[in-house]
Write a protein that binds this ligand. Structure first.
Ligand code: ATP
Length: 236
């Protein structure tokens, strides 16, 4: 059984149908990427999984449990963390306070402190800046903070929406390295990216989404070699 399984999921914004029957699977321990052009429905897919946008048809199962009717806080409590497009950190809170906000499913102060120390061990730059306002961090540091905040609830599945967006090439490399390390540490990852080449290089499996529909799915290495994918998404 896949950890996450979407079957014929539809979603809409008013009269605009953004997802038109999405089926995809994320196996435990893997990195799965969803690539596609602007407006294809990538962010909407993540929002529908996390219960921010309701599914109008179809089913979503997480570890065999149906979740498509749950509220977003209930989805989070099951172990699905969502790092939205644009990071959405709290600019007027310090780095440490941002991390505390991510730990809202964690009950004990001791556990929060321990998890924060783990976050600081993984992201030393955040430790140096623990008392700095989130809004004063660089773009790359804000992305690291957004990821670290999501990790505070120790998710089984981490969903990342365009983590490389707007970052300098060297920082993009660091973000993808972090994704690799987290996966090696046991976190299953569903990654949405416009940066298709790097996403497919880090992922095990990939899905190509177009106009709210999955048009292709395969092992990531095979998609990197696929002529249509190369023409449309890899610029070669
Ligand atoms: P991008 O990378 O540009 O964010 P995407 O693949 O993530 O693209 P979505 O953001 O999921 O695409 O958008 C899918 C469709 O839904 C688009 O046609 C978009 O215009 C529409 N849409 C997205 N958000 C909203 C919204 N809040 N209200 C109305 N329509 C929306």
């Amino acid at each position: 059984m896949a950890m996450l399984e979407l079957s014929q999921v539809h979603a809409a914004y008013g009269a605009v149908e953004a997802l038109r029957g999405i089926s995809l699977q994320v196996e435990e321990g893997k990195i799965v990427t969803l690539i596609g052009s602007n407006g294809a429905g990538k962010s909407t897919t993540l929002r529908t999984i996390s219960g921010v946008v309701p599914a109008t048809q179809g089913t979503i199962a997480f570890r065999g449990k149906r979740i498509e009717t749950l509220q977003s806080h209930e989805v989070t409590a099951l172990g699905i963390a969502h790092v939205p497009e644009g990071r959405k950190i709290f600019p007027k809170l310090t780095v440490a306070e941002n991390l505390e906000m991510g730990a809202f499913t964690v009950k004990s102060d001791a556990a929060i402190k321990q998890t924060m120390e783990e976050a600081f061990a993984r992201f030393p730059r955040l430790k140096e800046r623990r008392n700095q306002m989130g809004g004063t961090l660089s773009g790359g540091e804000q992305q690291m903070l957004a990821i670290a905040r999501a990790l505070m609830m120790k998710p089984a599945l981490l969903m990342l929406d365009e983590p490389s967006m707007g970052l300098a090439p060297l920082v993009v490399e660091q973000v993808f390295e972090t994704i690799r390390e987290l996966n090696a540490a046991g976190v299953t990852i569903l990654l949405v990216e416009q940066n298709a080449r790097q996403a497919l290089q880090v992922a095990h499996r990939g899905y190509v989404i177009q106009n709210g529909e999955i048009m292709l799915e395969d092992e990531a290495a095979a998609l990197l070699d696929n002529a249509m994918v190369r023409d449309a998404y890899l610029g070669s």
